[in-house]
Design a protein around this ligand. Structure first.
Ligand code: AMP
Ligand code: ZN
Length: 112
């Protein structure tokens, strides 16, 4: 499968890892939009939020347990934003489910 995030998980494309366990991988975004910009992804290939189902939603719950641990380790004591772009209108460019963690500054309030 031609998925850059699957290749990152496999180690075929280099990345700066910040967290890994059996189900989840997290790494620094190559084009950071904030002082801290991390992507958290399931190791299983899920295309987007639209592809979350009763069969695979456990990993999404796990991701949301891991996110606060990463934020704490990154020192994001002032808060942070979690974003998942789903589909073309949202600007999704990589079709492997991912959650952006953005922080390290006061973020703009515009959501759209
Ligand atoms: P999205 O636009 O929500 O699909 O986000 C995709 C994100 O992946 C963007 O923020 C890109 O900067 C990031 N990205 C793409 N390729 C890489 C890569 N090889 N390593 C790290 N981040 C990447
Ligand atoms: Zn993938």
């Amino acid at each position: 499968m031609d998925c850059i995030f699957c290749k990152i998980i496999a180690g075929d494309i280099p990345s700066t890892k910040v967290y890994e366990d059996e189900q989840v991988y997290a790494f620094r975004d190559i084009n950071p939009q904030a002082p801290t910009h991390i992507l958290v992804i399931p190791k299983a290939h899920i295309e987007s939020v639209n592809a979350v189902s009763p069969e695979n939603s456990g990993v999404v719950a796990h991701i949301f347990e891991v996110i606060p641990q990463i934020a704490k380790a990154e020192g994001l004591t002032g808060g942070y934003r979690v974003v998942s772009n789903c589909g073309a209108d949202a600007g999704q460019t990589v079709f492997h489910l991912h959650f952006h963690i953005l922080g390290g500054k006061e973020l703009a309030l515009e959501m759209a």
